[in-house]
Design a protein around this ligand. Structure first.
Ligand code: AP5
Length: 217
């Protein structure tokens, strides 16, 4: 199963990508997570990406395509993948198509998570992430069992650097300008599945699975 999850920042892509990855036994590929690791490790990629991420801007396509090209070469991708946060521009979508063509494979579906802006802001203000393993929580909608402590690895939960109000506004406007056109792009390709992302996490997942099984398409 080759999947792409599309939607505004905070729509729940990462949350559902982790669940889909477990369910289908395919890797979760998050360009955001790869970039955050590179930034925290201070690699050459991280140093280049940091200034864009801090401002809520997209990291240049050539850097992103390099990351994806390398990641798709790994053996675990032979079974498929769930991409979260990529592609984000038409140029990246074309690049992905080319990479998959070279491997004689293609996307099975692109899932678009529909969540209105007002709800996105609430999700950012309550989001907490594990500084060590990257697990994501929400103080109200998906709280950890022990306050401020990761259920998976016991580390402290932190607020993501780009979840500040000004950065969030910028990320949403960049999404509107550069990423939203992908909805139409993938609709034309006959790959788009839209889902109401405002429902509770487990309900969104149930619906997602039945849509992917073709029951509701
Ligand atoms: P990235 O990490 O990809 O961030 P994003 O796309 O902005 O998305 P988020 O991670 O903020 O949200 P999400 O949709 O995954 O929501 P989540 O599941 O966490 O990118 C960060 C930066 O990296 C970019 O700004 C850019 O600079 C750079 N970058 C990355 N990829 C790039 C690319 N391809 N090209 C160029 N630059 C790139 O959920 C949010 C919160 O809501 C959580 O607290 C969660 O618990 C909660 N929640 C989830 N679902 C629900 C629900 N159904 N109901 C209630 N709460 C929910």
């Amino acid at each position: 199963m080759n999947l792409v999850l599309l939607g505004p920042p905070g729509a729940g892509k990462g949350t559902q990508a982790k669940k889909l990855s477990d369910y289908y036994g395919i890797p979760h590929i998050s360009t955001g997570d790869i970039l955050r690791t590179a930034v925290s490790e201070g690699t050459a990629l991280g140093l280049k990406a940091k200034e864009y991420m801090e401002k809520g801007l997209l990291v240049p396509d050539d850097l992103i395509m390099g990351i994806i090209g390398e990641r798709l070469e790994k053996p675990d991708c032979r079974k498929g993948f769930v991409m979260d946060g990529f592609p984000r521009t038409i140029n990246q979508a074309e690049g992905l198509k080319k990479l998959l063509d070279e491997k004689n494979t293609k996307l099975d579906a692109v899932v678009y998570f529909d969540v209105p802006k007002g709800e996105l802001i609430e999700r950012f203000t309550g989001r907490r992430v594990c500084g060590r393993c990257g697990a994501t929580y929400h103080v109200r909608y998906n709280p950890p069992s022990r306050e401020n402590t990761c259920d998976k690895c016991g580390s402290e939960l932190i607020i993501r650097a780009d979840d500040k109000k000004e950065t969030v506004e910028k990320r949403i406007s960049v999404y509107e300008d550069e990423t939203k056109p992908l909805i139409q792009y993938y609709e034309k390709e006959g790959l788009l599945i839209s889902i109401d992302g405002t429902k509770p996490i487990d309900e969104v997942f149930e619906e997602l699975i039945s849509l992917l099984r073709g029951e509701k398409r």
